[in-house]
Design a protein around this ligand. Structure first.
Ligand code: SD4
Length: 322
């Protein structure tokens, strides 16, 4: 990082003919790192996670602990139906969980289609820290979790999820409803007081998905991405569209090339709307850069994101394409 700053400084001494293009020059203005502590997350329920994350950041903790502990609160929340084991199941009535995490050094861990384990985000962190791999899926991910001391929970749906699934079975129609819960996946990006950025993302995926379906959330670069030199981004919504455009990686790269987090989130949404029918699709992005600027943008109105800046908590309506 220091090397990059030196690079940017040196570049301003270069003769005009060697000057960087305007887009890159804008990046060089983001040469101060915000060090007051900052966390953003998707949806209204992100606030719950932000509060936990802030406790860690305020105590000079590491952003990685902040995002893991922050999203874990939402995984454990019994009222949340889209993150953690209380969530809506897939078509076969099985709850399968996806999660990923990324640290300030660029290390990453992820699990997908994980069954009967309470905190997929912590399993993802173990994959990152205790294995040479990035991603484990299905039975293998579960076996790994058990080997790390995670408990095998009962194979049962929460009463609310069970009722919703039985209702869904009557028509068995696969149709994600926009903003139906006003909260879906939690993606969280935090910057600690050292200025290091880490991210986490965790979900049960789309309700009543095909068994075996993998969304964007556990895929590094799609559901979440961090480059500590630049910033981080996370996604929520219909994962298929985020996967096809690698939204979070795209946002970080656009920020690297000079866009603000807000501009980059908007551009990532436009990549989707320019290519695919989007009328009934919701996708939302959040992003943060090293200067502590944040942004969010979604296809449909109604996407809320939560932020905590230096101890002040807010919930904000993201700008949207429609
Ligand atoms: C997925 N992106 O599995 C997740 C679900 C979600 O709003 O965020 N829904 O596609």
């Amino acid at each position: 990082m220091a090397t990059r700053r030196k690079f940017l400084k040196n570049i301003s001494l270069a003769p005009a003919s060697l000057m960087i293009p305007t887009a890159l020059a804008a990046t060089s203005s983001v040469n101060e790192t915000y060090t007051q502590g900052l966390v953003i997350s998707t949806w209204d329920f992100g606030d719950l996670g932000n509060r936990k994350a802030w406790e860690i950041l305020a105590g000079n903790g590491r952003a990685l602990d902040a995002v893991e502990q922050g999203v874990k609160v939402v995984e454990d929340d019994p009222d949340t139906m889209t993150v953690g084991l209380n969530s809506y199941p897939d078509r076969d009535g099985i709850v399968t969980l996806d999660a990923c995490i990324m640290d300030e050094k660029g290390y990453a861990g992820s699990v997908s289609a994980l069954e009967r384990i309470k905190n997929p985000i912590s399993v993802a962190r173990k994959v990152m820290e205790d294995t040479p791999h990035v991603m484990l899926v299905g039975k293998g991910a579960q076996q790994f979790a058990l080997s790390k001391g995670f408990k095998l929970e009962k194979q049962e749906r929460s009463p609310r999820a069970d009722q919703a699934w039985k209702e869904w079975l009557k028509k068995s129609e696969y149709k994600p409803i926009i903003n139906v819960e006003m909260h879906d996946t939690i993606g969280m990006i935090a910057m600690d007081k050292k200025g290091d950025i880490c991210g986490a993302c965790t979900t049960s995926g789309l309700a009543f998905k095909l068994h075996g379906r993998v969304g964007d959330s556990p895929i590094i670069g799609a559901g979440m991405y961090v480059d500590n030199e630049v910033g981080g981004a996370a996604a929520t919504g219909v994962g298929e569209y985020v996967l096809k455009t690698l939204g979070s990686f795209l946002i970080v790269e656009l920020m690297r090339n000079g866009m603000s987090p807000q501009q980059a989130c908007k551009e990532a949404v436009m990549r989707i709307t320019q290519k695919y029918p989007y009328k009934d699709v919701q996708v939302g992005f959040i992003a943060m850069n090293k200067a502590g600027e944040t942004g969010a943008y979604s296809i449909q109105a109604g996407f809320v994101y939560s932020e905590c800046r230096a101890g002040t908590f807010t919930k904000n309506n993201a700008q949207s394409f429609l």
